[in-house]
Design a protein around this ligand. Structure first.
Ligand code: PXL
Length: 277
């Protein structure tokens, strides 16, 4: 029996419940080996903290890749999250080219923006380079803000299906294959995900909670990757990841002053249960 391994490339925010501190436990909980390439080490994430440290590991990426290639190491899936620079994106393309197994599933979460705004340190040139990485992936997981920035469509908080279809058509035109667009809300009390796979649209609508939490994009993407690589279809993986994220947000909302991330840890058993069902 083949034992699958996923490589995930993103930063480590030492404290913050995002990026690698989410991807590693979530993918492991899904029963799959998680290999990591930390792209940077930060003392905390950048959303809401000030004065954080940032150790850029860009220049370590080629040597790590070369070592893997020498050792003939390949990955069944490569999943990227927050990347710190356009140079890192170019190195990721090289990793795709040289370490992907024959049927490797490449998944890109273009984590760079939310709620109509870019995270600190990013600009439109970065968004364009990220789009070129998205075009090399099998699945991409943008939110609406990220989709707008990559396609030059105006960001809106109220929209209809035509607007969402336009975003997806523009991403597809740019070469993106399968698209999971998150945070698509047509009614005040619900939100959901649009899954565009092999030219077919599906929509999974679920409860919208009054208060979201930071880092839910990473919780969602990691659960999607784990579920997909566990053998679920993309639509099943998108729905399981959505329900898991809702559980995490509810749990977090009930905590006292836990503002910087989603408390996903107590909900991992829920995710495992859904994967077994
Ligand atoms: O959750 C995305 C993310 C990942 N890593 C870092 C971040 C953010 C979002 O702000 O700052 C360092």
């Amino acid at each position: 029996m083949q034992y699958k391994k996923i490589l995930t490339i993103q930063d480590i925010s030492c404290l913050g419940q995002c990026s690698l501190t989410v991807a590693l436990p979530v993918i492991s909980a899904c029963g799959i080996e998680a290999c990591v390439l930390p792209s940077a080490v930060l003392s905390t994430h950048t959303a809401g903290f000030t004065g954080y440290t940032f150790r850029d590991l860009t220049e370590d990426m080629p040597a790590i890749t070369d070592h893997w290639v020498k050792q003939k190491i390949t990955f069944d899936s490569i999943y990227t999250g927050y990347l710190g620079s356009e140079k890192q994106i170019e190195y990721v393309k090289d990793i795709f080219a040289r370490t992907a197994s024959e049927n490797c599933v490449k998944i890109v979460d273009p984590a760079m923006a939310d709620n109509g705004k870019m995270y600190p340190g990013f600009d439109l040139a970065f968004a364009k380079t990220m789009l070129s990485l998205c075009a090399e992936a099998d699945y991409i997981l943008p939110n609406i803000t990220e989709a707008c920035l990559m396609t030059d469509v105006e960001f809106k908080t109220e929209y209809d299906r035509a607007y969402i279809n336009l975003l997806i058509a523009k991403l597809a035109e740019a070469g993106c294959k399968n698209i999971v667009l998150t945070g698509v809300s047509y009614k005040p009390e619900t939100t959901g995900v649009v899954v565009f796979e092999n030219g077919v649209y599906s929509y999974y609508e679920h409860e919208k909670l009054a208060k979201g939490s930071h880092g839910t994009g990473d919780v969602y993407a990691s659960a999607f990757v784990g579920a997909l690589m566990s053998g679920k279809t993309a639509y099943e993986a998108a729905t399981i990841a959505a329900d898991f994220t809702v559980e995490c947000i509810k749990y977090t909302a009930a905590l006292d002053n836990h503002w910087y991330g989603a408390a996903f840890e107590p909900n991992l058993s829920y995710l495992i249960g859904r994967l077994k069902a």
